[in-house]
Design a protein around this ligand. Sequence first.
Ligand code: ZN
Length: 244
Amino acid sequence: MKIGFISDIHSNWEALDIAIKKLEKEVDEIYCCGDIIGYGPDPNECVNYVRKLKISVLGNHDAACVGRLNYDNFNPLAQYAIDWTKENLSRENFEFIYKLPLKINFEDIGIVHGSYRNPLEEYLLTYNSVFSNFQLIDKSIYFFGHTHIAGVFIYSPENNREIKYLSLVKGGEIELKSNYKYLINPGSVGQPRDGNWKTSFGVFDTNKNIFKVYRMDYLVEITQKKMQILGLPRPLWERLSFGR
Ligand code: ZN
């Protein structure tokens, strides 16, 4: 089976549209690692699509928009975008987000937004956070999002405390081996922060045990224009050009 992975869409329909057109031709199912909304101009279009997928977890911005997470400590621009999204989200989409789970577990893989031990708030960026989560996870492969950085952390329980990292900022693939553990981030569909502005998403081929990241151009100027017209803060649309 081939599974598409999307994460951190953040209400960017133009980016999501490119990602799903590519994925729908190639995969059997698509799973979402959370943060469907927040920041961008098209929350309802993006949630309408994710509602058709059977699998999505809750992200911190999703949670903030439906009152499941206090967002007083978010930066002011993110807070502004959450307030705007709350006002513009349809009733049905609010209810869908409200019911999303924090974790999804299959027999051999798991899905979270931030991390296994703190699905809504922990960023897997430092050695300590990554190492601690490798000790806790009950499966060899977890997919996550939240950092908006495409890449894979690789851990061999036999190799003591060593963690390797494979950056997928420019796309690329990795073969997953059975005696290792993996924390895999497909990158952000709608607001990449790894220095590459192109939309990021992944495909996991469960037969070949290969995970692959695609980076594709999308009509970023259209997303930016929409945000400008809607009065969303300038730094939020400017950053899309740079992948920051
Ligand atoms: Zn996010």
